[in-house]
Design a protein around this ligand. Structure first.
Ligand SMILES: NC(=O)c1ccc[n+]([C@@H]2O[C@H](COP(=O)([O-])OP(=O)(O)OC[C@H]3O[C@@H](n4cnc5c(N)ncnc54)[C@H](OP(=O)(O)O)[C@@H]3O)[C@@H](O)[C@H]2O)c1
Length: 342
């Protein structure tokens, strides 16, 4: 059977949230692996909020920014179908930088963005969720940067998203209490309670000030922020003494022309609080530990990864557009190869 490499490329720079006209579909020949290379077939592709920024020409760590006509940058998981590398066999599952395409040639080990998926008793699409960069962001950001303490409260925004729904469950596994998640709408809040949140706050229902004051009488102790913007500003008004804020993401700001703020950052001063960002790729030394702990919690039934899987490579643009409308619950993934379930 002849193979075709299906690709989505940048057609135009998004202005605000991406629109269908920003994406172009094309078909090309499947690349052939040279000596030392592998040919990979994409099984699942990840959708991440940062992708619209990449389409807009924002720098990508270690690579030139995307040009019009370039294959869109994004992580995937797939299997080796042809190997000209002694350490990899057809059938091996790898996750890494596939781009929005159905086949990819990679040169290992020079391309260090590929990792072998080792938890083969668990579904391979988890390599794009709890057992890949999303999970490593949740674990390394929350545990290594946030330094949570058992018995102490935790607040998480974007809590029903890919990173957030893992952070609230890691907090439960580590004995933090209470664990409070913020999400948009009653369904996502119900899911958060199912996942073990002591309280779920629906920010669509109105300002969070009264809830934050009621749930954190001594102030917020540890805030894991996925959202930025107005929500971060609200939380800054409710900090406890020596509070810590982990800046994971600011999804509410990615499609704005001008950054929002926050205007009240000086609240950090009065409480001796700290706000610290992190970039997951700077924490590679912690990935193996994060993967092992997350996999153990999943096997023990203590952590339930929620994967929002959409079928069909043709749905990639719609799936990305949906992220900025909050249409995903848990990690948004597209199934590209429909041949068999992992
Ligand atoms: N620092 C790092 O190295 C690193 C690594 C990975 C990810 N990130 C960042 O972490 C954040 C979360 O990533 P993710 O993969 O979990 O994304 P995600 O799955 O899209 O989840 C983010 C959630 O944020 C909520 N949201 C969207 N727009 C919002 C708005 N305007 N105001 C409030 N909430 C909004 C949505 O749910 P609702 O329906 O609840 O609004 C969405 O489900 C992103 O900002 C991402 O860029 C950072």
């Amino acid at each position: 059977m002849s193979r075709i490499n299906r690709q989505w490329v940048v057609a135009a720079r998004p202005e605000g949230p991406p629109r269908p006209a920003d994406f172009d579909y094309r078909e090309t020949a499947v690349p052939q692996p040279a000596e030392g290379e592998l040919l990979l077939e994409t099984r699942y592709l990840s959708l991440a909020p940062v992708m619209a920024m990449y389409m807009s020409g924002a720098p990508i760590a270690g690579r030139p920014p995307l040009e019009i006509g370039d294959v869109i940058h994004g992580r995937g998981v797939g299997r080796v179908i042809e190997s000209r590398h002694p350490d990899y066999q057809p059938g091996d599952i790898l996750h890494g930088q596939f781009g929005w395409q159905s086949y990819k040639v990679t040169n290992l080990p020079a391309d260090d963005r590929f990792h072998r998926f080792t938890a083969t008793d668990l579904p391979a699409h988890l390599a794009l969720g709890a057992l890949g960069m999303t999970g490593f962001s949740a674990y390394c950001g929350f545990v290594d940067v946030g330094e949570p303490e058992a018995g102490k409260p935790v607040l998480v925004s974007g809590a029903a998203g890919g990173v957030g729904h893992l952070v609230v469950q890691i907090a439960r596994c580590l004995g933090c209490s209470p664990v409070v998640g913020i999400a948009g709408g009653p369904e996502k809040c119900a899911l958060l309670r199912e996942l073990g949140c002591d309280h779920a706050l629906d920010y669509w229902a109105g300002p969070l000030d009264d809830d934050l004051a009621r749930l954190f009488p001594d102030g917020v102790h540890l805030y894991f922020d996925n959202v930025g913007g107005e929500m971060l500003e609200s939380v800054l008004e409710h900090l406890g003494n020596r509070a810590r804020i982990v800046l994971c993401g600011s999804i509410s700001e990615y499609t704005r022309d001008e950054p929002f703020g926050p205007r009240n950052y000086t609240r950090l001063r009065r409480t001796d609080a700290s706000m610290r960002g992190f970039y997951v790729y700077n924490h590679a030394a912690g990935f193996a530990n994060a993967e092992a702990r997350m996999a153990d919690w999943i096997r023990a039934g203590k952590l339930r990864p929620v994967q929002h899987i959409i079928d069909g490579f043709e749905k990639m643009p719609a799936a990305l557009i949906g992220l900025y409308e909050g249409s995903n619950t848990g990690k948004q993934v597209v199934r590209v190869a429909a041949e068999r379930e992992e």
